[in-house]
Design a protein around this ligand. Structure first.
Ligand code: ARG
Length: 708
């Protein structure tokens, strides 16, 4: 009886687990019981012969995976696309499969050069449709498929496999006659799950449980109304029955040891070409070639780039790699980036460009940046390029222009500067209608400043979790030295501080830094100033006596009284001039003409008259004060520090101090040499900084208000 089609099988005479190329094989080398394997395989063969015609391929000694003949290639009509295995261990099988195809008089269409392709293990037709589900991400390359789609004249739907245990598409996906599919959603990335849902109506999508998936329930042979698999749970069995399929369990645990089961052991050889109605839609798969230059291996950049492509749902092929042989030599790599759709490719390339990767075209022609006008004031065109903190060039009229006012999370605007083009970063909200905004990734390159692991002490410093006291002292001493030099050359140190600075007793030390000319601007929120004034008026911070560390009676009103007093004098400066405030950070700011900006928030009491409750205004004021900073000290204020970091180009020295390692990591991780993270109490940090700047003496800061 042969109503169920024709299948090729290969007896498991030389089958075994002799190496490990998938997670199922781990720990199983040499553990196959050949007799049991032979019996299980014979059982499968009998089940199949009752429903379809079976052809046998001679097994070969030394090729233990050859019985998994699904990986031989892909047959449609009289065309055969042979496999090109990813791993050397299976390459020896290729010639035998090719010889079989030639004996069967099939026309052989090779997969494109450089691509790996593991046949019907990864490429599964939807029966009766002109649709090929194309698995990639572990074994087969995404870029194998456009050519295969063209050669077979079928539509390709790429499916990205993201769990190494489901390394071939047929381990987690089985198309059914009648338009249905059985599949395990977790084996695929979100986009691929969406693609399946868009293609297959809900009543025809059978999603299997984790338990079924792990028993290879999706790895099924469908023939003459039967669904044959190693394991089929009761729920799946019921769903299949409702769709008119008879579930047949054929135990194949000896083959599971190598990561294969029913479907892996057969190749469908008589799949007729379906009737095509209309044109096959062109493939959505897109690719570009990128080039990376630098210390690709020791900086970890190569790994980061490949991970980024993979995480973005794409696949890659390294076309060329020239390693720098000496320490001072760069390595160069050319990588082909392939993505399931143009949109995804754009996203991946944008992230790669942020890492300093360049898009190169064949023949190295540099493409111009694509510009589109802002459609309305404050709105960018849809596919705007978003900036980073790194120096960025844009290709306009044949030359690369360096963007001005570099900052993060802005767009690039090309404008006319006295007859020649120039580029600058602008916030979206500041766009005028018609501003020419750079869109997509063509003609954009960045120059990330990277830390070499050996040179950057901040991460080594933080791996210990909490930095040890001695280490803190050493780092603080170096920061003090840098601050001395900045002051001596008339540079700018900007301090971003949170109210914790006051609560931990750091105010007097920060005030001394201001007084002694080490600080050129202070950025904070309402709370910082409120508590600073509260300390100077009442000696408490949020009602807690800073000397004794205990709450004082009526203390809960102190911060409100502080606000009230300042409001009564119109401003902090007013209160200082009236002699009401006689010490503290903001006292010193007023006395020494050090500007500050206080950004408001929803939780602010008061606010103080100086607090900017319009946040766009506050951002602009921060940006104005942070501009041209030589060093930014970020003291225990995550939000204000992130805000400041976003508006600061790479190259500015950043010191981030917080008691929480997570906050320090978040702030200090700008991928650049210039940031140092210090996990410690900010009050302690300021004490040590003050000590270093005072020649090693801990100076009891005078609370009184002398100016220097
Ligand atoms: N050990 C084989 C491999 O890792 C198993 C192949 C299973 N075949 C399949 N179509 N899923 O390549």
């Amino acid at each position: 009886m042969a109503t169920g089609g024709s299948f090729l099988l290969c007896p498991p005479r030389f089958y075994g687990v002799e190496y490990v190329i998938n997670p199922w094989m781990e720990g199983n080398v040499g553990r196959v019981d050949p007799n049991r394997a032979a019996a299980q395989w014979a059982d499968l063969r009998r089940q199949l012969e009752a429903r379809a015609s079976v052809e046998l391929l001679e097994p070969q000694a030394g090729l233990p995976d050859m019985p998994f003949v699904a990986n031989a290639g892909l047959v449609l009509g009289d065309v055969f696309v042979p496999a090109r295995f990813r791993f050397a261990e299976r390459k020896g099988e290729e010639d035998h499969f090719l010889a079989w195809a030639q004996r069967a008089s099939l026309a052989v269409v090779e997969p494109p050069p450089g691509a790996s392709f593991e046949g019907e293990g990864d490429a599964l037709f939807q029966p009766g449709e002109v649709l090929l589900w194309a698995g990639y991400g572990v074994r087969s390359s995404l870029h194998a498929y456009p050519a295969i789609g063209d050669a077979l004249d079928v539509e390709i739907v790429p499916l990205h496999l993201i769990d190494e245990r489901f390394y071939h598409l047929d381990t987690c996906f089985c198309p059914l006659p009648g338009g249905g599919v059985v599949y395990y959603p977790d084996a695929f990335d979100r986009d691929s799950q969406d693609r399946i849902r868009r293609r297959v109506p809900a009543d025809k999508r059978i999603e299997v449980s984790k338990e079924d998936a792990r028993g290879f329930a999706c790895n099924a042979i469908v023939a003459a109304g039967a669904y044959i698999a190693n394991h089929i749970g009761p729920e799946l069995r019921a769903r299949l029955a409702r769709c008119g399929f008879e579930a047949i369990v054929c135990p194949l645990d000896e083959f599971m040891l190598a990561g294969g089961a029913a479907k892996c052991l057969v190749l469908h050889t008589d799949r007729p070409k379906p009737q095509r109605i209309g044109e096959v839609p062109p493939s959505s798969i897109r690719e570009r070639v990128v080039e990376l230059v630098g210390h690709l291996l020791d900086s970890g950049l190569m790994t980061q780039v490949l991970d980024c492509i993979d995480d973005g749902g794409g696949s890659f092929e390294i076309e060329d790699f020239r390693a720098g042989l000496r320490h001072d030599q760069d390595s160069v790599a050319r990588v082909r980036v392939v993505a399931p759709a143009a949109e995804r490719l754009g996203e991946i390339l944008e992230r790669l460009i942020h890492m300093g990767v360049r898009v190169v075209d064949d023949g190295n022609v540099e493409r111009e940046a694509r510009l589109a006008p802002a459609p309305t004031p404050g709105v960018a065109p849809d596919d705007f390029y978003a900036t980073t903190i790194f120096p960025t060039d844009v290709r306009v009229a044949g030359s690369w222009l360096r963007a001005e006012e570099q900052r993060m999370d802005a767009v690039l605007v090309v404008y006319d500067n006295n007859g020649s083009s120039a580029v600058r970063c602008r916030l979206m909200r500041d766009l005028d209608e018609g501003d020419l905004v750079v869109c997509g990734v063509e003609g954009v390159r960045t120059h990330p400043v990277r830390s070499s692991p050996a040179r950057d002490d901040s991460f080594a410093f933080m791996t210990a979790g909490v930095s040890s006291e001695r280490r803190v002292e050493l780092v603080v001493e170096r920061i003090a030295w840098e601050m001395e030099r900045i002051r001596a050359r008339g540079g700018r140190v900007v301090v971003v501080a949170g109210p914790v600075v006051i609560h931990t007793g750091g105010a007097r030390y920060l005030a001394r830094l201001v007084r002694r000319g080490y600080v050129q601007a202070i950025l904070g929120g309402n709370g910082l100033a409120v508590h600073d004034v509260e300390v100077s008026l009442f000696g408490t911070s949020l009602g807690v006596d800073l000397e004794r560390g205990a709450g004082v009676r009526g203390g809960h009103r102190h911060h409100l009284r502080a606000i009230n007093l300042v409001r009564a004098h119109g401003s902090i400066a007013g209160a200082v001039k009236a002699g009401v405030i006689q010490s503290g950070i903001f006292y010193e700011c007023v006395r020494n003409d050090v500007p500050f900006a206080l950004a408001g928030s929803i939780r602010d009491d008061g606010p103080l008259p100086e607090t900017l409750m319009d946040l766009c205004e506050a951002q602009a004021e921060y940006a104005r004060l942070a501009r041209d900073a030589d060093m930014i000290l970020m003291l225990s204020s995550m939000l204000h520090s992130i805000g400041t970091g976003n508006m600061t180009p790479a190259g500015v020295r950043l010191i981030c101090v917080d008691i929480s390692p997570a906050v320090v990591t978040k702030l200090a991780d700008r991928g650049s040499v210039e940031s140092t993270g210090i996990v410690t109490d900010v009050g302690l940090f300021l004490t040590l900084l003050d000590k270093s700047l005072s020649g090693g003496e801990i100076v009891e800061a005078e609370d009184g208000g002398s100016t220097c």
